[in-house]
Design a protein around this ligand. Structure first.
Ligand code: NAD
Length: 267
């Protein structure tokens, strides 16, 4: 339990692994020889099938990442089966497009609980073991919305993703000396069915001014591509840079900060 494992024995916990980006991470980690733990509040059987097909040992644990007891259960299951974790992909999250004034405190807290408290809980659960073994990789899923002009709202989502960047930077500094890298990835819009629906809803009612200002997603970003790029952050090759302890990377396809559309606003 205490000794270091090499690249191919490593155990990776992926939260929110039943679909989307989390599934892509889990499958890619499985393809590159890691043992994978799928932690999700919904059924992970599809991901489990794909990861086993890639030849990996797989453990699925029904987990609510916003719940302390549930994350403690996840840790016990991982320790009981694999003796600990080396790689943590904090991917589980939720999103909502909503005007700030319509957002209740309950909705704000729920967003923070799933997107941000979850990372506090999983990092507290798994970082001590990584520190003991002197090696660890943590990847936290933020979002490029931090840098966009989004007139249709979603402040609670964006604030939670900003919190993730702060948490990531703090942990990267604190745990870097122990051989642990902590990074955040900030993907642009990854077009999946749920995202397409949200985008269409957001554009409806706020007129095309909103979508012009924020930039329409022009191309489908391939979800497996995010998995491939993100998994580099979990590898031995990925080292902590002294001058910049944490990378807050944006996916290459993000539209970049958009300026308010003056012509639209004047009309
Ligand atoms: N899709 C995008 O355009 C996009 C862009 C930027 C950032 N992100 C972020 O990437 C991550 C994954 O996004 P996605 O598009 O694949 O989302 P998704 O909705 O397809 O998947 C999210 C997963 O998280 C799980 N989940 C939700 N609440 C949970 C909880 N309390 N406990 C455990 N699991 C829970 C869901 O069951 C689901 O499997 C999220 O954090 C999201 O905010 C996505």
């Amino acid at each position: 339990m205490n000794q270091q494992r090499n690249g191919h024995d490593r155990v990776a916990v992926v939260t929110g692994a039943s679909q989307g980006i989390g599934q892509a991470f889990a499958v890619r980690l499985a393809e590159t020889g890691r043992r994978v733990v799928l932690a999700d509040i919904t059924d992970t059987s599809e991901t489990e099938k794909l990861a086993r097909h890639a030849g990996a040992e797989v453990l699925s644990v029904h987990t609510d990442v916003s719940d302390e007891q549930s994350v403690a259960h996840l840790r016990r299951q991982v320790e009981g089966t694999f003796g600990g974790t080396d790689i943590l992909v904090n991917n589980a999250g939720t999103a909502a497009v909503q005007a700030f004034e319509d957002t209740t405190l309950e909705q704000w807290r729920r967003m923070m609980a799933i997107n941000l408290d979850s990372m506090f809980l999983t990092c507290q659960a798994f970082l001590p073991g990584m520190r003991e073994r002197g090696w660890g990789r943590v990847v936290n899923m933020s979002s490029n919305t931090l840098d966009l002009h989004l007139p249709w709202g979603g402040a609670h989502y964006i604030a939670s993703k900003g919190g993730i960047v702060g948490l990531t930077r703090a942990l990267a500094s604190e745990y870097g000396p122990f051989g642990i890298t902590v990074n955040a990835i900030a993907p642009g819009l990854v077009r999946r069915a749920a995202v397409r629906r949200r985008h269409e809803l957001a554009c409806r009612g706020t007129a095309h001014q909103a979508s012009r200002a924020a930039g329409r997603p022009r191309r489908d970003t391939l979800v497996p591509g995010i998995g491939r790029r993100g998994v580099h952050d979990c590898s031995d090759a990925h080292r902590r840079r002294r001058d910049r302890p944490v990378a807050h990377r944006q996916s290459r396809r993000c539209p970049g900060p958009a300026r308010p559309d003056r012509r639209g606003a004047d009309r």
